[in-house]
Design a protein around this ligand. Structure first.
Ligand code: GLV
Length: 331
């Protein structure tokens, strides 16, 4: 009997493909086009596993149309592209890539806080456009980062890594809001104080969003929340599009309701709200917070190892719906 077959829905590093080939027949999408839902279902026929990305919606309909599929391994820590309850009911294991990207993503979050506060994109565009003809005392004067108040909404692994950078590296006062409060030892190590959401919005000089996307966090930051922020504040989103109401944010930036924003993720990306492309006081990046070569390789390797481990030993490395193991998982 031949090896079982798996699909890698997008282009990944060749050594990851080779690693998987030791165990499976590997169908990989080296053209790197995002597969449509119909193409995805077609390519998944006869496959026992798949390495997926945030662009691939995997829900109950996909699980039903692909009865041989036993595991979907997201190459991402976020997994709002999965309908986890539906996958659990169908007996399909889902995995993600926590931990390997925490510090890299926190570095980028901090970079975006700094770039936004210090107006790096806006001033670079000014220079590139040849408009710099003299130095001026108030030219692109931005907001202080060191010693200011850093607000963090969502205090998981990445939020905590950002808190450490702010508190220990930049002498910032760190406040956070999260569904659950951290234990005292972690709070003290991160030098972070728990506050309610209204206090977070009111007191942060720089507010960074690091919470998972769900129905509950949809538009967690909209016009009403922005209205509670300081007019001098900055807002950074490295979490998921949809957590911020981008239209409301664009409007607030236009009106100078807050000073600036830094966005790595967008509602409906890769489309970007047209008004965000025309307001000057926003730093925009194309969903690259975890994008170092080392980290992206580690994420793809962890996804591969999840597929290999689950399909050879039944023990995935980083399961999302571990509750199905041993009861109800597809065999
Ligand atoms: C990227 O957005 C991830 O969830 O890993």
């Amino acid at each position: 009997m031949g090896k079982p077959a798996i699909l890698i829905t997008r282009k990944v590093f060749p050594d990851v493909v080779e690693h998987l080939r030791q165990h499976f027949e590997v169908d990989h999408n080296d053209a790197d086009e995002v597969l449509s839902p119909a193409q995805l279902v077609e390519r998944l026929q006869g496959k026992v596993g798949a390495l997926t990305t945030g662009s691939d919606r995997i829900d109950g309909a996909v699980a039903a149309a692909c009865p041989g599929l036993r595991i979907v391994a997201n190459i991402a820590v976020g997994y709002n592209n999965f309908d986890v309850p539906a996958l659990s009911s169908a007996g399909v294991l889902a995995t993600n890539t926590p931990d390997v990207l925490t510090e890299t993503t926190a570095d980028f979050g901090f970079a975006l806080v700094m770039a936004t506060a210090r107006r790096m994109t806006e001033s670079e565009i000014f220079l590139r456009e040849g408009r710099w003809n003299r130095w001026a005392l108030d030219m692109f004067a931005g907001a202080e980062v060191h010693g200011s108040t850093l607000g963090i909404l969502g205090m998981g692994r990445i939020g905590q890594a950002i808190a450490r950078r702010g508190a220990h590296g930049f002498g910032m006062k760190v406040i956070y809001h999260n569904r659950s409060r951290l234990d005292a030892a972690t709070e003290s190590e991160c030098k972070a104080s728990y506050v309610d959401k209204a206090t977070l919005l009111r007191e942060a000089d720089h507010l960074i969003l690091v919470l998972p996307y769900s129905a509950e966090s949809h538009h967690a930051i909209g016009a009403a929340e922005i209205a509670q922020m300081k007019p001098t504040a900055t807002l950074v989103n490295i979490a998921r599009g949809g957590i911020v109401d981008d239209a409301a944010l664009a409007q607030a930036l236009k009106q100078g309701r807050i000073a600036a924003a830094g966005l790595d993720v967008f509602e409906g990306e890769p489309k970007v709200h047209p008004d965000l492309l025309t307001v000057p006081n926003v730093v925009l990046t194309p969903h690259i917070a975890s994008a170092t070569i080392g980290t992206r390789r580690a994420m793809a390797m962890l996804a591969a190892d999840n597929v290999i481990a689950y399909l050879t030993t039944g023990q995935p490395r980083t399961p999302i719906n571990a509750d199905i193991l041993g009861k109800g998982a597809r065999a």
